[in-house]
Design a protein around this ligand. Structure first.
Ligand code: CS2
Length: 496
């Protein structure tokens, strides 16, 4: 491959025709947002909305990104002064946009004090987060903070040098209170139910443990709007890096890839109303996010997880390949139509059948290589809000749920660690070891394996293991999966 100049402010002008570039003077961009968890998602979602807004009104909404674990994003982005390419892909082609709204990147474990200082800066009005489900240290059974989580213990002992998102937020809020400043708005952008309210209660739990008198101040003054975020953003691959370079003519170590669709619904509760005018670029600011969030978590993410486990077991590498398979495609359609849509209330002006049709179209996008393995990751943290909430809803109405339990059974089969052709599965999950141990002790009988796993309260709560309808249906589905394989088990559930 030809040597290409590295993407940087000095080389921006060399970008090939057709590449969109920042349409504003980056030197005038002040940092108004600190974002915790600088993965690909925020760079293809929040940052792009904000970037488009800057073209209309440059000013206070530059983003300081913070990585909570590794330095690799900073090491790729900072030599490029924060610039990166966003590739939008679908069956009609690819377009490239160079994004300029990230003006610094910090690595929390290297210098947590600097991160707290950045968050405590009076010009910062919003601290947003995409730290993934497991980044919140939630006890899923109670929805409260896991007080014994080692990182939370660490942050209690070293409150000035926190490791966790919750610890960083509280340290910065404490600093602001002590200096007589208003707090920032905390904007949770992870796929969790009532994500704002949830994060508020975690921060409050942590404040109560620290006993620094902050809990009441935070409860009275801070604001944690809930949000629904949506865009399919697969992990960037070496081919994507090569493609970005080919399209723009500039070498970019950190491009992101995304589908055309995007949605962001935010509860409009910002402190001093200080926020970017995101509504100018298509963000929906509403009073109640709950119906949007239920729709998205249960229809999109629920089906995504179902297809990830069944698709992986059936030997499919990506979601697009999985929905190309006529059996699994029909299975997804029936999962929506028969089991999810009837128990999910539609947001104002939305027809859930159309929404599901659009999801299938999005999942089919052949240019987005979203690996089943990637979505299968962290299932213990995802199942409750994606599939088990719908299961509970159906059980409370005494409705059957064969497809939902087949998806849960596929997860159970997946975390067992061996696929249908006897190959080892690289299971990534904070509970992977625990799950493996529980399954190893349970022996081989399907009913014993199901019983052992549904008793894990952190995933199934205390209700589902006691519900014979759920346990029996799950045992039947799991047995079916073991004897017939994922594809045949799904085929059984497709109406003729
Ligand atoms: C996916 C989500 O990785 C996953 O678990 O289900 O990241 C999904 O692509 C996004 O929520 C779409 O908005």
């Amino acid at each position: 491959m030809a040597e290409r100049p590295l993407l940087s402010p000095a080389t921006l002008a060399l970008a090939k025709a057709g590449t969109q570039r920042p349409a504003y003077d980056r030197s005038r961009l002040r940092t108004g947002i600190v974002h915790l968890g600088l993965g690909a998602f925020v760079r293809a979602h929040q940052a792009l909305y904000t970037e488009e807004l800057h073209a209309a009104e440059i000013g206070d909404w530059g983003i300081a990104g913070v990585s909570l674990q590794r330095p690799d994003q900073r090491d790729r982005l900072m030599p490029q002064a924060g610039l990166y390419t966003a590739l939008q892909k679908d069956r009609t082609g690819v377009s490239a946009r160079i994004v300029g709204c990230i003006n610094s990147v910090m690595v929390a474990p290297e210098d947590p004090v600097a991160v707290v200082e950045a968050m405590a800066d009076a010009r910062v009005k919003i601290v947003s987060l995409t730290v993934t489900e497991k980044g919140y240290c939630i006890d899923p059974a109670t929805g409260r903070l896991q007080q014994h989580h080692p990182d939370i213990r660490h942050d209690l002992e070293h409150p000035g040098e926190p490791r966790t998102a919750v610890g960083l937020i509280l340290a910065a809020l404490e600093r602001r209170r002590d200096e007589g400043m208003a707090p920032f708005t905390v904007l949770c952008c992870d796929n969790l139910p009532s994500n704002g309210r949830l994060l508020a209660s975690l921060v409050s739990d942590f404040a109560a443990l620290r006993d620094c008198g902050l809990a009441t101040w935070v409860e009275t003054h801070a604001s944690f709007p809930s949000t629904m975020v949506d865009r399919i953003v697969p992990a960037t691959t070496a081919e994507d890096i090569a493609e970005a370079a080919r399209l723009t003519g500039l070498a970019d170590a950190a491009p992101v890839v995304h589908e055309p669709f995007r949605q962001w619904v935010i509860e409009d509760r910002f402190i001093e109303n200080a926020r970017p005018r995101w509504e100018r670029v298509g963000v929906e600011l509403v009073r109640d996010v709950a119906p949007y969030e239920h729709m998205k978590l249960r229809l999109l993410n629920g089906a995504h997880s179902a297809l990830a486990y069944l698709g992986y077991l059936a030997g499919h590498e990506t979601i697009a390949d999985t929905v190309e398979d006529p059996v699994l495609r029909a299975f997804a359609q029936e999962l929506w139509r028969e089991e999810i849509i009837p128990v999910v209330p539609a947001p104002p002006g939305t027809d859930l059948s159309n929404y599901a049709r659009m999801l299938l179209e999005r999942f089919s996008n052949p240019a987005i290589r979203h690996r089943t393995w990637q979505i299968a990751m962290d299932g213990s943290q995802k199942l409750p809000q994606r599939l088990l909430a719908t299961a509970r809803e159906r059980l409370s109405r005494d409705l059957p749920l064969p497809r939902i339990v087949l998806a849960v059974a596929a997860w159970l089969r997946y975390v067992g660690g061996i696929d249908e052709s006897g190959r080892e599965i690289d299971v990534r999950d904070p509970l992977a070891f625990h799950l493996r141990t529980v399954l190893d002790h349970a022996g081989n009988a399907p009913q014993d394996r199901v019983r052992a796993v549904v008793e894990i309260e952190a995933i199934f709560g205390s209700d589902l293991s006691r519900d014979a309808r759920f346990v029996d249906a799950l045992t039947a589905a799991y047995t079916q999966l073991l004897t017939r394989g994922a594809r045949n088990a799904a085929a059984e559930l497709i109406s003729a």
